[in-house]
Design a protein around this ligand. Structure first.
Ligand code: SF4
Ligand code: MG
Length: 331
């Protein structure tokens, strides 16, 4: 498998100001030492509650914000420290689809202008060609060419997200990050947009990172899923093993909350106690220990690292390593 994107020990800390002098009194560790790879042509789902760091992670990878530490490589090229002013050439290959199609489309621009804008920024094609491409892309995403002359307010939420997708495709990127691209849409519309994205993946040779707060949203589109909790990866695995054999107690709780269509497999619902702790004051040891039904002494003291369980399945949990030897426990 060819690696398209690699993230290594990536961190994003936001300073917290406090007191009357507004001095830095601490850090919010929004993303805290995260490493993973994305293979060419796959969809990696990223799942986590709000405050888990998933959007910050996506924004760092897109180079919309700088990282505090760690590295991001795209097609083998280090892009972590590309200065904000020099990011433009990267944008051609990497595009983002945002959560809120209402906020992400400029209400004063026509749909044609919106879709053509990334091409203008990248200095691609002449005006006539850009207009032709915009029309083609509108048809590709299931709208009509005539939509070019209309404005965002004339479209529904689902249609606006289709426009957002057309805009993302206009530079013919290889990699698209969807930051909760369907969360603002009605459930009935969500699957239409996800299906469209799946079709486009094949037609346009795309690699996706698909961010969502809900496992059921990423289930059908993802090849692998990474579960985040308080800025860290709890588990990352191919979608089938994640569902059949979730290893991390947090993933187990998330999966038990997804309604099962199979009545013979009645799952016991694991209910998590308590709220997500504040990322500015995360628990010691395993960040999940304050809510974990399996928490034990070691969990409060020692932070579990992501461990290779074989078959492309990784988990960060003390239940799977021997406390004495550190050896991996596979049963
Ligand atoms: Fe639970 Fe401990 Fe595993 Fe953390 S390390 S998920 S607290 S069992
Ligand atoms: Mg796919």
């Amino acid at each position: 498998r060819e690696v398209l994107v690699e993230v290594k020990n990536l961190k994003k800390y936001f300073p917290v100001k406090g007191g009357i002098l507004k001095r830095t009194v601490g850090n919010v560790k929004a993303v805290d030492d995260v490493s993973f790879k994305i293979y060419k042509g796959e969809t990696l789902g990223i799942v986590g509650e709000s405050g888990s760091g998933k959007s910050t992670l996506g924004r760092m990878m897109m180079r919309l914000i700088d990282s505090t530490e760690g590295s991001i490589t795209f097609k083998g090229q280090e892009i972590t420290n590309v200065r904000q002013g020099k990011v433009r050439p990267l944008r051609k290959d990497m595009q983002m689809i945002f959560q809120d199609p209402y906020a992400s489309l400029n209400p004063r621009m026509s749909i044609g202008e919106i879709i053509e804008e990334p091409m203008v920024v990248q200095d691609l094609h002449d005006k006539e060609e850009r207009q032709r491409i915009a029309g083609d892309l509108l048809e590709t995403v299931g709208l009509s060419r005539e939509a070019r002359d209309k404005y965002p307010h004339e479209f529904s939420g689902g249609q606006r997200q289709r426009i957002g997708i057309a805009r993302a495709l206009s530079t013919r990127p290889q990699f698209i990050i969807g930051d909760e691209p369907v969360s603002a849409l009605d459930v009935s519309i969500q699957s239409q947009v996800i299906n469209l994205m799946e079709d486009l993946q094949d037609d346009f040779d795309l690699t996706y990172m698909f961010i969502a707060h809900d496992l059921s949203v990423v289930k059908h589109i993802s090849d692998r899923v990474a579960v985040m909790y308080l800025g860290r990866l709890a588990e990352i695995a191919p979608i089938d093993s994640l569902y059949k054999e979730p290893l991390h107690p947090y993933t187990q709780a998330l999966i038990s909350a997804v309604p099962s269509t199979d009545v013979t497999k009645k799952k016991e619902r694991v209910v998590l106690e308590g709220d997500l702790p504040s990322p500015s004051n995360p628990p010691s040891g395993c960040p999940f220990h304050t809510r974990c039904p399996e928490a034990h002494e070691r969990c409060r003291a020692e932070r579990p690292e992501l461990t290779d369980m074989g078959n492309d399945h990784y988990v960060a949990c003390h239940l799977y390593t021997d406390p004495e030897t550190g050896e991996v426990i596979r049963d």
